[in-house]
Design a binder for this molecule. Structure first.
Ligand SMILES: O=C(O)CCC(=O)C(=O)O
Ligand SMILES: [Fe+2]
Length: 314
């Protein structure tokens, strides 16, 4: 039986920036995961987002399929994403959207459900986007302080802006294997970007594996805390920090119950080159990863994980 992981709780509203950034540093070194409270996104807005998400996924498949868009925006059906070659794909549906402004929105235009079908959908989601991105900006400022950088570092180097983050609504069908084997709603993976802010409906299933090299993998449950985000470090942040901050492997196990969650990926701008921070390398600890442009890195990762992406991209 997996045990609950006791993750640190970070209060984003604390005026004590330095001590908060120290707590974040420790959480990122130890777990790569923490809870975020008092983040400024109201529970009322979160509830509306979950209601609209359920409304969308409850539409007939024909109405959803017309909103498919190469995996990166719009609807992705069950089994589209797969991080493991051994399975038929994750038992989840997804809907992804981003900012309606900027270059990314021209490359990958948002797909919105029709106003006749879901009149409150777009305003609710756009409001959520704005609110979470504001929280994300504040959080990244503290992450920068945690790395002994200037608070606006990630904006200054062109990594963070209002248009690069992406929201992913998820619905896990909850189905269990008839043979009693573990079934994954989301197979084991690490997130690609800088940082992820996750809200769930309280149904369990999220688990982390703190040491992916240990066989067999040890999985620990991450229970939800009402109103709090579960935050985790992504692979590009791990690369920036030369592995100091951990992009921890996680998965969602099916528990025989439908589950909804909303992940906001604070991805770097596609043109941002991610290379080891000076403060994170030395003669004795040289850079472990070569510099990489975010766009190229994401292209490789999505090609490996998303069927709808690899079937249409070159
Ligand atoms: O739904 C969850 O709890 C986790 C989702 C997740 O890990 C992801 O979409 O990357
Ligand atoms: Fe994830």
């Amino acid at each position: 039986m997996p045990t609950d992981l006791k993750l640190p709780i970070i209060d984003l509203s604390s005026p004590e920036k330095i001590s908060t950034s120290r707590l974040i540093r420790q959480a990122c070194l130890d777990h790569g995961f923490f809870y975020l409270t008092n983040h400024g996104v109201s529970e009322e807005l979160m509830e509306r987002v979950f209601t609209e998400s359920k409304n969308l996924f409850s539409l007939p498949l024909d109405d959803k399929i017309v909103m498919s868009g190469r995996g990166l925006r719009g609807y992705s059906p069950l089994h589209d994403e797969n991080f493991s070659t051994a399975t038929k794909g994750d038992s989840k549906e997804m809907f992804t959207f981003g900012s309606s402004e900027g270059v990314l929105s021209q490359l990958y235009p948002n797909r919105w459900p029709s106003q006749e079908l879901l009149p409150l959908w777009r305003p609710t989601m756009e409001s959520y986007y704005k609110n979470v991105v504001d929280a994300g900006r504040k959080l990244l400022g503290l992450v920068a302080l945690a790395l002994n950088l200037e608070e606006n570092f990630f904006e200054r180097v062109g990594a963070f802006n209002d248009q690069a983050p992406v929201v992913r609504l998820l619905r896990y069908s909850g189905e269990l294997n008839s043979d009693g084997k573990e079934t994954c709603g989301a197979s084991p993976h690490s997130d690609f970007g800088m940082i992820t802010l996750l809200a769930t409906d309280g149904v369990p299933g999220l688990q982390v594996c703190r040491d992916k090299d240990k066989e067999p993998n040890v999985w620990e449950d991450v229970p939800g805390i009402k109103g709090a985000f579960v935050v985790n470090i992504g692979d590009l942040m791990e690369r920036w920090t030369n592995g100091l901050f951990r992009s921890t492997m996680h998965r969602v196990l099916s528990v025989g119950k439908e589950r909804y969650s909303v992940a906001v990926f604070l991805d770097p701008d596609p043109n941002c080159v991610v290379e080891c921070l000076e403060s994170c390398c030395s003669d004795t600890s040289p850079p472990r990863f070569p510099p990489v442009r975010t766009r190229d890195y994401f292209h490789d990762r999505f090609s490996q994980s998303l069927t709808s992406y690899s079937s249409t991209s070159s």
